[in-house]
Design a protein around this ligand. Structure first.
Ligand SMILES: Nc1ncnc2c1ncn2[C@@H]1O[C@H](COP(=O)(O)OP(=O)(O)O)[C@@H](O)[C@H]1O
Ligand SMILES: [Mg+2]
Length: 419
């Protein structure tokens, strides 16, 4: 089976790495990265060049297209691929609104009685501020559109919330993504993620993960794209999973189908858990980085076949998840999530992996005069799986210590909640 993956991060490296292990699978990736290049054939077409990606598919004639990032999905890459005749794992533009428009998402939750925080959508700053006054703080203000993880303010005072609302609606910081905002009830609790492979009406659960958004040990410092993850999440129980499936995944798939936008792809639920009760914060319509790295370590069976089945709308249980937990430590460039240097040389990656049994996924690297160099904020995902979270952690950190990259750093407490 020939697969074409779209994207260039750690998530896509993990997806390509996993699919390359399925017998008879040949993996291509656009644009890929130097890590992906070791398991797939990379093609120099960027993930926002939709016409270029369709042209590449016409040349490669893949049996399956797998879309990694949200941005091309939200502008309709899956529709274009399907129209060109290629089965595609990833939602249509209409179904990708679950991630691309938080206002759509919250109204959808309300229409289908899916448990989430109380909210209201606004396009006008005076109305938004009046609502904030009426609700009080703490309160959460979100841009409706995609903002690369930077469009949410969890405000501890009414003034902070109003400032955020005014700034978002002004267009100064977020442009069109902030033309509409969601103001939402603050939900207390512990966050976990849940993943389901969906084929319109049917789904197969991949289980849970928990990531670490703050840059510093002990969950301190500014927010990031994610500094590490482990799977499954310690809080996930069969009872909680039943709530997620019965009250969220099933009604979502039914609702999207009833509204004419059947969902094909992965539903990534961002959950808030408090005293055994779960509420939905948001959906993403693609895998997360670094959660994907941990899930791909645990998938057993023919993963490529499952993605193809989901794309074709006839899902069969072709994978199970290993009982063994997995853990991923992100190595980032010093300064991230603020300003950081690119182009610093990273050495000893092969030795770090082979001496420890860890798998090192590339998130932001490139090749320069034969060297692997840093090319982003989050650069590597050092990942391991073992009989316990503690063992997986020990393997991952042993590998981290063998990576020779003085300009990099990581958190030292990934999975602390589970340990
Ligand atoms: N209603 C809420 N109550 C408490 N915290 C929230 C709430 N909504 C979002 N957050 C926090 O803000 C983060 C980002 O919000 P989210 O809705 O996931 O948007 P995005 O991931 O698109 O930035 C969440 O991971 C969570 O930590
Ligand atoms: Mg989120």
């Amino acid at each position: 089976m020939k697969v074409m993956v779209i994207g260039s991060g750690g998530r896509e490296h993990a997806l390509c790495w996993r699919m390359a292990q399925d017998a008879g699978t040949q993996v291509h990736c656009a644009p890929g990265n130097p890590g992906i290049d070791t398991v797939a054939q990379c093609h120099d077409v960027s993930s926002d060049n939709i016409a270029g990606l369709v042209a590449l598919a016409q040349e490669l004639k893949p049996d399956l297209v797998v879309v990694g990032p949200e941005a091309p999905l939200v502008v309709g890459v899956a529709d274009d691929m399907r129209a060109a005749g290629f089965p595609t794992f990833g939602p249509s533009k209409a179904a990708a609104q679950l991630e691309g428009s938080k206002a759509f998402l919250k109204d959808f939750f309300a229409r289908h009685d899916i448990p989430t925080g109380a909210y209201k959508n606004f396009t006008n700053a005076d109305d938004a501020c009046a609502y904030i006054d009426a609700m009080g703080a703490p309160i959460v203000v979100k841009t409706s559109g995609l903002a690369a993880g930077k469009g949410v303010t969890v405000a501890t005072s009414v003034e902070e919330a109003k400032d955020a609302a005014r700034e978002m609606l002004s267009g100064a910081l977020f442009g069109d993504a902030g033309k509409e905002i969601v103001i939402e009830e603050f939900l207390d609790g512990e966050e976990i993620s849940y993943f389901a492979i969906c084929s319109g009406t049917d789904f197969i659960p991949l289980g849970s993960a928990q990531d670490h958004k703050r840059v510093g040990d002990g969950d301190t410092g500014p927010n990031t794209g994610g500094m590490g993850a482990y799977s499954p999440a310690r809080l996930m129980t069969p009872a909680l999973e039943k709530q997620v499936i019965d009250k969220m995944i099933v009604p979502t798939l039914k609702g999207m189908t009833a509204e004419g936008h059947p969902f094909h792809g992965v539903l990534f639920a961002g959950l808030m858990v408090k005293d055994g009760v779960v509420k939905l914060l948001e959906y993403n319509v693609r895998f997360g980085d670094p959660e994907c790295q941990t899930l791909m370590m645990r998938v057993q069976g023919n993963f490529t076949q499952m993605l193809l089945d989901a794309a074709n709308g006839n899902l069969t249980q072709s994978v199970t998840m290993s009982e063994n937990p997995a853990l991923c430590v992100v190595m980032a460039a010093q300064g991230y999530p603020g300003t950081y240097k690119k182009g610093t040389v990273i050495r000893n990656l092969d030795e770090a992996a082979s001496a420890t049994g860890a798998t090192i996924f590339h998130a932001g690297t490139k090749k320069e005069s034969g060297n692997i160099v840093a090319n982003g904020g989050r650069v590597l995902g050092v990942t391991a799986s073992a009989a316990s979270v503690k063992e997986a952690r020990d393997i991952a950190y042993k590998a981290v210590n063998k990576v020779l990259w003085p300009e990099g750093f990581c958190r030292h407490d990934i999975a602390w909640r589970a340990l």
